[in-house]
Structure formats: structure tokens, C-alpha cells
Write a protein that binds this ligand. Structure first.
Ligand SMILES: Nc1ncnc2c1ncn2[C@@H]1O[C@H](COP(=O)(O)OP(=O)(O)O)[C@@H](O)[C@H]1O
Ligand SMILES: [Mg+2]
Length: 362
């Protein structure tokens, strides 16, 4: 067996999530054949979190077995570098996703907490940044209380605030930084200072995903934040109602203005499933609004999340519903949305990792 045989087998194997071949993904880094005949294969993949790496490993071995039954194949999967180290803001965070809504009370924070939890269930390193000065709710949703964050000193002698660790997720909120009564008096320029503090003085370390719970609305604060933070994209949360949808239009326009990709819309409280009869659905806030909006702006409708007692109860008890009751219809819908989001981000990161070939003419 020679290297070329191995490479031609590998080239046709597809990343099961992206449905793109390892050749097109430029994923085959190196093949080594040792003196004892062992074959070592080095693959570089875009964020091969959890099942993707495992599945590719299995696919490669089963295809390579067709070449030889008694060869030892070892597959070493590493991550394709995303060129983020040179970024001045949050250089250790691979993907920053803003969760936004035009209006308060649509479940933006609950969706943000659950997206973070669902990503973490997939094996990703996740953080949640709650930037809602007026109504910080991540401390309640993750049950971390309102105590101040601990300080950490880094090797370079700087002092940072350390996010709380809950269920393996790093959580930091305005609610853990300011006194409760300070929030009401934070205005204009002072607010900008607080936001700098949120990302410059919190020690996030290395993360695969940072979920950024934005304050509701589309004013200067949101605009400034979206310009300053290197966002991979945004998720817009709405309810099916007409009044909520007018705000979604404004949100989408705001992201267009600052060149941030809207990765999708999550329609929350889409319908109510009564706990005593899970076959029934009630469209309390109307229906179909998220779909109409998604069609109008040509963005994906990631999920229609039902209103359930489990989700209300989980949120209030300080544990995201996808962790507390993973079988609840709300959880299933959010997990499904997370899968779609993950796939989109991997595709986006793959596209942006493609560098134009430099041709030198002599
Ligand atoms: N799908 C849902 N099912 C049940 N309760 C929900 C759902 N979505 C949100 N909630 C509850 O509604 C309330 C408002 O949600 P929240 O996330 O704080 O809204 P926002 O951040 O948009 O102001 C919270 O108590 C939350 O637990
Ligand atoms: Mg909120």
C-alpha cells in the first residue's frame, strides 16, 4: 500500500454534517507510513465538535479497511486554525453569537441560555455574556445569584473578573458586576464604559462559542456593541405576534447596517402545549409570524419553540431546560435549532478559511 492509495480513499469521504468531501475541505494534512507498516493520517477539520470527529474517524477506518484488512490505521484529527489570534477583541473566542430581540419579554435570555447549554452538550466550550444592564437575567437562569465575580490575576500581571462556572458553562453578567441599583442610573457614555469592561475585563480564556445576550431593542447601545464585538453572527428572537415582528424588522435592519450576518430567527412561545395533554397545541400569540419574517428577509427560521411549563419552570429554577428536561418539546426544538446553527457556523468558517491562491508569475 502506498500513500497515494490512502489519499485517494480519504479524498472522497464526506464530512457528515457539511456534506463536503475531505478533498474539497482541504482536510488531509499528512499521511505517514511507518516502517512497521502502520498508517498515520492527520486531518484538519473546521470545528469538528463531538460527533463529527467521531463519525469521520469511523468513516475513514471503514473505507480504509477495503484497502487492507490487517493494516493499523491511526487517524489524528485536529482543528483548522481560524486566524482569530490577531484579533484585538476576544482573541481566544472562536465564535461570538449575539442573541437579540427588538422587544423585551420574548424569551431572548431564555433562548440564549439554552443555546449555550445545547452547544455545551455537544462538547463545545461555551460562555454566556449577559449584557442586559436593565434586566440582567442570566444569573437567575443559571442559578448563580448576584454575588460579585472573583478576581483572577494573569501571567502578565493583569487582573480580570472570572466568570462563574455552572454546568461547565462560563457565565458573566452585568448583574454580577454592578450593584442592583446602579443599573437604573447607567446612561450614555458611562454605559459604553461598562460594555468595554464586559469584554475587556472578563477572563474568558479559550472558548468555542460565546453567547452574547444583548439588551432588547435596536438603539445606539446595541449598535455600538455590534460594531465593537467581532460577531460571527446574530440570532433574532421573536414571538409570532405582529407587534413583536415590527421589532424584528428593525433588528434585522440594524444587523444589516453593521454588516453582521443574521444566522436565523428563533420564534419563541410559538404555541402552548398543556402539561395535561401533550397532543394539544394552542396558538396563544398567533402563528406563522417567524416564518413570514424569515421568508421576507431570506433568513432561516431556526425553530418554533413551544411555550411549556417545563421551560418556564427550568428557567426559574436556575437550570436551562435542555439540561433539566431534555425530552421536553421546548428542549427538542432548541437542540434542533442549535444543530442548524452549528452547521451554518462551520460552513461559514470554512468559507472564510479559504484563502485565495497566490500565483507567482516569473
Ligand atoms: N418557550 C418558553 N416556555 C415557557 N416559558 C418561557 C419560554 N420562553 C421564555 N419563557 C419565560 O418567559 C420569561 C421571559 O423570558 P426572558 O428570556 O427573560 O425574556 P427576554 O430576555 O426576552 O426579556 C421568563 O420567565 C422565561 O422563563
Ligand atoms: Mg432578557
Amino acid at each position: 500500500m502506498d500513500k497515494n492509495q490512502v489519499i485517494s480513499v480519504l479524498e472522497n469521504i464526506k464530512d457528515p454534517e457539511l456534506n463536503i468531501s475531505l478533498k474539497e475541505l482541504n482536510a488531509i494534512d499528512k499521511v505517514e507510513i511507518n516502517e512497521d507498516g502502520k498508517v498515520k493520517i492527520y486531518l484538519k477539520l473546521i470545528q469538528p465538535i463531538y460527533w463529527v470527529a467521531e463519525e469521520i474517524n469511523k468513516l475513514c477506518i471503514s473505507e480504509l479497511r477495503k484497502l487492507s484488512n490487517d493494516t493499523v490505521f491511526e487517524i489524528i484529527i485536529s482543528e483548522f486554525p481560524l486566524n482569530i489570534e490577531s484579533r484585538p477583541v476576544l482573541p481566544g473566542v472562536k465564535n461570538i453569537i449575539a442573541v437579540a430581540s427588538g422587544k423585551g419579554g420574548v424569551g431572548k435570555s431564555a433562548i440564549a441560555a439554552n443555546l449555550a447549554a445545547a452547544l455545551s452538550l455537544k462538547g463545545a466550550k461555551v460562555g454566556v455574556l449577559d449584557a442586559d444592564v436593565y434586566g440582567p437575567s442570566q444569573p437567575t437562569m443559571f442559578g448563580i445569584g448576584s454575588a460579585r465575580l472573583e478576581a483572577v490575576r494573569t501571567e502578565d500581571g493583569k487582573t480580570y473578573a472570572k466568570p462563574r462556572d455552572k454546568f461547565g458553562i462560563k457565565v458573566a453578567s452585568m448583574g454580577n458586576i454592578m450593584e442592583r441599583d446602579d443599573a437604573a442610573i447607567v446612561r450614555g457614555p458611562m454605559l459604553a464604559g461598562y460594555f468595554n469592561m464586559l469584554h475587556e475585563q472578563i477572563w474568558w480564556g479559550n472558548l468555542d462559542f460565546l453567547i452574547f445576550d444583548l439588551p432588547p431593542g435596536t438603539g445606539d447601545i446595541q449598535l455600538t456593541l455590534c460594531q465593537r464585538i467581532p460577531l460571527s453572527g446574530a440570532v433574532v428572537v421573536t414571538t409570532p405576534q405582529e407587534i413583536a415582528l415590527a421589532d424584528v424588522r428593525r433588528s434585522i435592519k440594524m444587523f444589516e447596517k453593521v454588516n453582521v450576518d443574521v444566522l436565523g430567527i428563533v420564534e419563541n412561545m410559538s404555541y402552548f402545549i398543556p402539561p395535561d395533554d401533550s397532543t394539544k397545541k394552542y396558538d396563544i400569540f398567533g402563528s406563522g409570524g417567524g416564518k413570514t419574517m424569515a421568508d421576507e428577509y431570506n433568513v432561516d427560521l431556526l425553530a418554533e419553540v413551544p411555550l411549556t411549563l417545563e421551560m418556564r419552570d427550568a428557567t426559574d429554577s436556575g437550570m436551562p431546560v435542555v439540561l433539566k428536561t431534555p425530552d421536553s418539546p421546548s428542549s427538542k426544538s432548541i437542540i434542533d435549532a442549535t444543530n442548524k446553527l452549528l452547521k451554518k457556523l462551520r460552513l461559514k468558517n470554512f468559507e472564510s478559511s479559504k484563502r485565495p491562491e497566490i500565483k507567482i508569475s516569473l
